[in-house]
Design a protein around this ligand. Structure first.
Ligand code: ZN
Length: 424
């Protein structure tokens, strides 16, 4: 019988992580420990999509290809989805990091006009070209570390013009780079200096001017708010998310990061796609999220960088049946591009197993950005977004840390990183 021709075969993986069954709904509770592993597995790819996933003998009996990748002794899995980044910014904040080492808190730094507001200042001054150049570097690093889809938030412009500028930078980047970028409007990231003590006026600007300007240009699909004591209240956050929803933006929320404000409850009430951080979320809020299917995007890199000595209670969140995803929170106060580092932190500081952390950085993260129909698992018809890691089994993720374990990255069937280097 003639073999069916395909474009690419990835063969002989010591473990092939399929995550089958995670497309319709995120994997919850105990199911986060079942990765659907095929030992000695292979994948057939055609036109950028997965055609078949099975034992190597079965795949080789059915398919042939001129291009093959031998994954003997290696782990093959869906590439990472980073569901929470603040990609576009100018400058850096290493001085503030040193202040934190010496004991200043995030809010103290913010009150001194540093923190977010320093980055806002520099981002406003930066040209589109400058921002593009910065971001290209970041995206290359992320790609080499196995991320092929990311969410990116605006939020360092805080004027209509500068928020649009940052979202347009993301749009341009996505056209030229292999990484897919999901755009989120976060005009309510901080209250800019010119609106100090006039938060409600700024909220009105976000609602009346920014949201319509962003949506009429089709620059975002999500709307997010930093709902926090001293930033945006629950009531202000609700108004902004409602106006976003009216204009077709799906809600997301920075919720209960520093204080218990009721962010988790608000996210559930708004039927948000995700609520992120959640260090101080109440049990009732988490239960409401579980009921709505709102994904908890946990960001241990932020706790680690802010030296909070506190992490989201991942064990409880998983046990309550909330879908859990993990993101980098890449931003100038938490400068990490690598989801493998986040997995290492999640295992150690939040007692997630490597299997749970893999689910949280792939299929559940795809749900957190509304992309699970196309990515996040290795199953027929999905995009062939695949990574090959130079480790023999999935338990090495998190266990080995501080180096890049990703050997190859395949984006829609194309080898874009080989032996850790981006292909030209
Ligand atoms: Zn954030």
């Amino acid at each position: 019988m003639a073999k069916e021709k395909v474009d690419l075969l990835i063969e002989n993986a010591s473990e092939l992580v399929t995550l089958r069954g995670g497309t319709k709904r995120p994997l919850l509770g105990e199911k986060m420990r079942d990765l659907g592993i095929i030992k000695g597995g292979s994948i057939a790819v055609r036109n950028g999509r997965i055609v078949s996933v099975a034992k190597t003998r079965e795949i080789k009996g059915k398919f042939e290809s001129e291009e093959t990748i031998d994954a003997s002794g290696k782990l093959v899995m869906p590439s990472f989805v980073d569901p929470h980044t603040h990609l576009v910014f100018a400058g850096s904040r290493e001085d503030e990091f040193e202040m934190r080492i010496q004991g200043s808190t995030y809010m103290e730094i913010l009150e001194k006009g540093s923190g977010i507001l320093k980055t806002v200042n520099e981002t406003r001054k930066a040209s589109k070209e400058k921002l593009l150049k910065n971001c290209r570097k970041t995206l290359d690093i992320m790609l080499r570390h196995g991320t092929t889809t990311m969410e990116a938030k605006s939020g360092y412009g805080l004027t209509t013009k500068d928020e649009i500028k940052c979202l347009e930078v993301m749009k341009l980047l996505a056209q030229e780079h292999p990484i897919d970028i999901v755009r989120t409007f976060l005009g309510a990231h901080a209250i800019p200096v010119e609106y100090k003590d006039k938060a409600d006026e700024y909220v009105n600007l976000v609602i009346n001017e920014m949201v319509p300007a962003v949506t009429s240009r089709r620059l975002a699909e999500f709307c997010d708010v930093f709902c926090e004591k001293g930033v945006f209240s629950v009531e202000q956050s609700r108004r902004i998310l409602l106006s976003g929803r009216k204009h077709g933006l799906l809600p997301k929320l920075h919720a209960d990061e520093m204080t218990r404000l009721g962010g988790a409850e608000l996210a559930a009430e708004m039927r948000a796609v995700s609520a992120d951080h959640l260090l101080f979320a109440s049990d009732n809020g988490l239960r409401a999220m579980a009921k709505q299917g709102t994904v908890a995007v946990l960001l241990p890199g932020a706790s680690f960088s802010l030296m909070m000595n506190r992490y989201a209670d991942a064990r409880k969140i998983i046990q309550l049946g909330v879908p859990v995803a993990l993101g980098t929170d890449y931003n100038p106060s938490c400068w990490v591009e690598n989801e493998q580092t986040v997995i290492a932190l999640a295992c150690r500081e939040m007692r997630m197993t490597s299997a749970e952390a893999i689910v949280a950085t792939t299929v559940n993260a795809a749900h957190a950005v509304n992309r699970a129909q196309n990515i996040g698992t290795l199953e027929p018809y999905k995009k062939a977004d695949i990574i090959v890691l130079d480790v023999p089994n999935q338990k090495f993720l998190g266990y080995r840390f501080g180096v890049n374990l990703v050997d190859k990255v395949i984006k829609e069937g194309k080898l874009v990183v080989d032996e850790g280097v981006i292909s030209e």
